[in-house]
Write a protein that binds this ligand. Structure first.
Ligand SMILES: Nc1ncnc2c1ncn2[C@@H]1O[C@H](COP(=O)(O)OP(=O)(O)OP(=O)(O)O)[C@@H](O)[C@H]1O
Ligand SMILES: [Mg+2]
Length: 221
């Protein structure tokens, strides 16, 4: 379960702190899915970064299965992110010099040695996203949609409890975006994890199901 309790966030600025999130609370049950929509600058990415333990809230707290990542030290927090959270960003952030398969497997190295079962799962995930025949290709040899599908497979490798997707289809055409969105929802459902997606895409939000809207850092009722 994901619990966001009265989270606020402000960033320091020359003229004093700038408030970005104001008293955001929400709960997501195990297996739950949520799309966060709202105008540019409304705080969607900031909220995802806080949920993922990348950015501390100014006040309030976030817990995933009862664990507050900001109660952990830096190493503990890194392990928390690596084991429990899968990130998919607008830009895939694949390693350009590594094959598609290596890109799926490499992040898992931070959690321990990659055994055969994990390597098999990585290959199977690449199959599932339609890239079984391209596992030896470098990101530069793949299309934008294909790279984003590699990023989805990478995020799902360790069956994270929570997948955070920030504009995962933002750079894709409508058709390709719909395919990636379908895969994301389907694969997260198979692992039993939760999904939170920040997006401007009505099509992605509809696939995710429940939609909440942020306006000027406030979650609308
Ligand atoms: N590190 C930072 N320092 C200062 N201000 C920041 C920082 N990160 C975000 N902001 C500000 O917080 C506000 C919300 O940004 P955020 O990226 O969360 O919006 P968003 O809803 O994801 O927008 P978009 O739809 O364009 O992706 C913006 O005004 C932004 O300038
Ligand atoms: Mg954003």
């Amino acid at each position: 379960m994901l619990e966001v309790h009265r989270v606020t966030k402000s960033f320091p600025a020359a003229g004093g702190p700038v408030g970005v999130l104001a008293d955001v609370s929400l709960t997501l049950e195990p297996g739950g899915r949520l799309a966060i929509m709202g105008p540019s600058g409304s705080g969607k990415s900031t909220l995802l970064a806080i949920m993922g333990g990348l950015e501390p809230p100014t006040s309030g707290r976030v817990t995933l299965d009862g664990i507050d990542p900001f109660s952990l030290d830096a190493d503990g927090r890194a392990a928390f992110r690596n084991r429990r959270i899968g990130f998919v960003f607008q830009e895939h952030h694949l390693l350009g010099g590594c094959t598609a398969l290596d890109n799926v497997v490499l992040p898992a190295l931070a959690s321990g040695p990659v055994d055969t079962a994990l390597a098999v799962r990585a290959a199977r995930l690449l199959d599932r996203v339609g890239l079984g025949g391209r596992s030896g290709h470098l990101p530069g040899e793949l299309s934008g949609g294909e790279r984003q599908r590699v990023a989805v497979a990478r995020a799902l490798l360790l069956s994270p409890r929570l997948v955070l997707a920030d504009e995962p289809t933002g750079q894709l055409d409508a058709r390709t975006g719909a395919d990636v969105a379908d895969l994301l929802v389907e694969l997260v459902a198979e692992t039993g994890g939760m999904l939170v997606a920040a997006t401007h895409s009505e099509a992605l939000a509809a696939r995710v199901g429940t939609v909440r809207t942020l306006v000027s850092g406030r979650l609308q009722p």
